[in-house]
Design a protein around this ligand. Sequence first.
Ligand code: BLA
Length: 518
Amino acid sequence: MTMNNLTNNNGIGVDKNYDSDFCGSIPLHLINLTQPHGMLLVLDSELRIRQISENAADHLGIPAEEFLEKPLAEYVNEAQYEELLAKLELRNQGEKIPFTLSFHTSGEEKQFTALIHTEPAYLLIELEEGANYQSHTITEFFQQIKYATSRLKQTESVESIARVAAEEIKRFTDFDKVLIYQFDKQWNGTVIGQAKEDDMSDFMGLRFPASDIPKQARELYFKSPYRLIPTRDYTPVRLLPVINPLTQRFTDLSDCNLRSVAGVHLEYMANMGIMASMSLPIIIENKLWGIISCHHKTAKNPDFEERNAMELLSSIISSQLAAKERENVISLQLTLRSKHATLLEQLYNSNSFVDGLFHGETNLQELLSLTGAAVSYDGEIKTMGNTPPIQKVKELVSWLRRNSTEQIFYTHHLPHLYPNSKDYKNEASGLIAIPLNTEQGEFILGFREETLQTVNWGGNPDQAIQLEPDGKKYHPRNSFALYQETVKFTSIPWLEEEVAAAETLQNAVMGKIIREKF
Ligand code: BLA
């Protein structure tokens, strides 16, 4: 495997933190507003209606106020009500329970898909019209998911999983565009898989700044398996009464599907030229690895079964990606371990540890994918490959001595931390310093050359937040057209596994030094 397999999306060189506190502090959960494609009911422990979304009349033909303080049992199918009670008996706190609920309010029975959220002080019921169980058969779904899974299993790399995942979700849902979006360490993200209609703009390979999906929005993916906005063109619906009488606060809508959307994001969707959007998390080892983002030019509201199937697909995709990443790590570890074993043997059989590191079947440069290396030991500097001039290495060693501890120090943008090194960026934009004796200025130094990288942003990230002159109103950027940034003074980043290999090497060399000395 080449190193690039693991590093091409590691956010090389993007030093600027685009994770905006400003966007991150927009409250999403205490907004007291819902989207109108469903209704929200807040019930007390006796299942009386204590708060209701004002659009009740649109869905049930009776003004919202009339429902307040009434028992839910008064309006719904009796058998279903009994079933609901039984389900509530078995519930776990925080669990969402989906089922069908029929209301008889306007002379006829109207079927809703209901989702119950249990909170300590109350129950939330979200109701959406049109439980359309006839539209798909279970067999149809099962076949489609089975087909998608078998295609995913045949893939060879993270990139091909992303491509197949986008294709399969698009085929399954008919969204106009489906994107697989991977976060980097700084929460910027890159589109690594795409399937789209021809007239949709091409986002493949584009990077988007962290502020586009701020922290609190990212965290909600741990509470809700998807975020669905069937249309951005809607009038938000208020809850009646405004304050939840059971808590004397606004009702927390964190994990409600119907939660109304932050204005800035609705504008963002308009700027992207889409009307509907749905996103699902890719969670690996309890971390948000990425999202599956689906766009549609016109309004679109996948039904409950479709959403459930998408949830299932997204977890299958997550586990395929997790397995592939794990495989990549193991294969890199194996390569490093085998080089390491050879190097250790060489080290022990050589006259001096420097000889052992520099000469033989393998060497330090190969082990850590360096473009140059130096050893500062016993008052002398020895080098291999392309390195800064000896005098400069000496100065670098003094800097390290003043600033570093006994721990391994590594950076893939040395010139940002130590501006004097700009002169030799071609040899050492990346540095790994393995201390042997920091006080004496004894180090093994690994260098990586500058790797100029072009980052393709979806719109200028420095213009991601547009503040109006009043300093209060703000907008998202209005162009997602390619904006290229050339990142200078950086090398290919160091992988965790390489740093671990450097640590093992440090111990081995220390052992060798002790034996050389005594
Ligand atoms: C929400 N931003 C989101 C969401 C996505 C994105 C996926 C979740 C809601 C959804 O699924 O539509 C961003 N969508 C993307 C990106 C791609 C994509 C990057 O398809 C790339 C392919 N947004 C801004 C600015 C702010 C901001 C400047 O551009 C803040 C000032 C905030 N984005 C913002 C907020 C939400 C959001 C607050 C949450 C909206 C909500 O859930 O109500």
